[in-house]
Design a protein around this ligand. Structure first.
Ligand SMILES: *[C@@H]1O[C@H](CO)[C@@H](O)[C@H](O)[C@H]1NC(C)=O
Ligand SMILES: *[C@@H]1O[C@H](CO)[C@@H](O)[C@H](O)[C@H]1NC(C)=O
Ligand SMILES: *[C@@H]1O[C@H](CO)[C@@H](O)[C@H](O)[C@H]1NC(C)=O
Ligand SMILES: *[C@@H]1O[C@H](CO)[C@@H](O)[C@H](O)[C@H]1NC(C)=O
Ligand SMILES: *[C@@H]1O[C@H](CO)[C@@H](O)[C@H](O)[C@H]1NC(C)=O
Ligand SMILES: *[C@@H]1O[C@H](CO)[C@@H](O)[C@H](O)[C@H]1NC(C)=O
Ligand SMILES: *[C@@H]1O[C@H](CO)[C@@H](O)[C@H](O)[C@H]1NC(C)=O
Length: 262
């Protein structure tokens, strides 16, 4: 074999290996949906549904911090809670995601809900578009559809909105004297909800290593398969990022105005 041929062969191998490496990286990032055949009898397994409700100032802060290109609408000026998603969830282990490749978001099906979704299921990204709703529906709605009350795109979003309106987070916090601008122990927040709703919730935080602070990020309410409020049980696969139970650190309930202005 002459040298030219040998070099060419080596080049081909190098290119092939690097392409494969890149494909592998891509695959790891994006979890593919499950392709269901017409007569497949896939049973989608989950224990209950988690309604994740985000504090928009923190969501915006996290989003903008993730990349210099990320820019959210000026939502931090509006201190409000908004739905992130309604997620079929396992109490232990991994929760199902992207359960059905045929489940595609179609704007037409929820056109009549658009203004309500904008107000209560808010896409914080400045870039216009419905990709947030598309993402939630195809990743989580495709798994929730095994419940009759959630088996269309319209039902999925309409039920999410209804549950969010039924349990008014701002009011519940206000009734527990938990106010923007102060900091609290996780147990105080959990206890406030328990007193008013009689159920266990999950508090999620943003653990900000730069500021060495924990910020209130979201509240999770849990619903059984008949959509009745039920106790949430923390899943070790999805750590809350809140201060450890014995830590003296508190959770900041911040409007971020000062932080985002500079
Ligand atoms: C299909 O699913 C139903 C309901 O979950 C179950 O009773 C039945 O045994 C399944 N059939 C097959 C062939 O897996
Ligand atoms: C998958 O999605 C399609 C389109 O929404 C639907 O017709 C089909 O019933 C779904 N399959 C299962 C197993 O849920
Ligand atoms: C949505 O509705 C418009 C107008 O009725 C129609 O032209 C379009 O094809 C529909 N899109 C989908 C994806 O169904
Ligand atoms: C919660 O209650 C406050 C006033 O108590 C009201 O302004 C707000 O619209 C309510 N939120 C929802 C989602 O219903
Ligand atoms: C908050 O307290 C007010 C006044 O006591 C009460 O009317 C309201 O129902 C309470 N809200 C919640 C969500 O418990
Ligand atoms: C918040 O609670 C205070 C009493 O602690 C009450 O006077 C006020 O009306 C409440 N605000 C809302 C919006 O529920
Ligand atoms: C929060 O972040 C700090 C610094 O990065 C880290 O040492 C600590 O373990 C984190 N705490 C939690 C509960 O994740």
């Amino acid at each position: 074999m002459d040298t030219k041929k040998l070099i060419l062969m080596l080049l081909v191998i190098i290119v092939a290996v690097s392409v494969e490496g890149r494909n592998k990286k891509k695959k790891k990032k994006k979890k593919e949906c499950t392709k269901l055949t017409a007569n497949s009898n896939a049973t989608i397994n989950f224990d209950y549904l988690v309604l994740t409700i985000s504090w928009l100032p923190t969501a915006c802060y996290v989003f903008q911090k993730a990349s210099s290109k990320s820019s959210c609408k000026n939502l931090f000026m509006h201190n409000k809670w908004s739905i992130h998603g309604l997620w079929p969830t396992m109490i232990a282990g991994e929760s199902p995601e992207s359960c059905n490749c045929s489940t595609k978001f179609n704007h037409n099906e929820t056109k009549t809900l658009t203004s309500e979704l904008n107000a209560k299921w808010t896409n914080i990204e400045r870039k216009e578009g419905e990709h947030f709703w598309q993402h939630e529906y195809e990743k989580h709605g495709s798994c929730a559809s095994s419940i009759e009350a959630l088996n269309t795109q319209y039902k999925y979003f309409d039920q999410g909105l209804k549950l969010f309106e039924k349990y008014n987070i701002s009011q519940i916090l206000n009734n527990s004297s938990i106010n923007v601008g102060s900091s609290y122990r996780e147990a105080d927040i959990v206890e406030g909800f328990r007193k008013q709703l009689g159920k266990q919730i999950i508090v999620r935080c943003k653990n900000d290593s730069k500021m060495k602070k924990y910020f209130l990020y979201s509240i999770q309410l849990c619903f059984d398969k008949s959509l009745s409020l039920t106790d949430c049980i923390a899943n070790r696969n999805y750590p809350s990022q809140c201060p450890p139970p014995l830590s003296s650190k508190k959770i900041e309930f911040s409007g971020f105005r000062e932080l985002l202005n500079n």
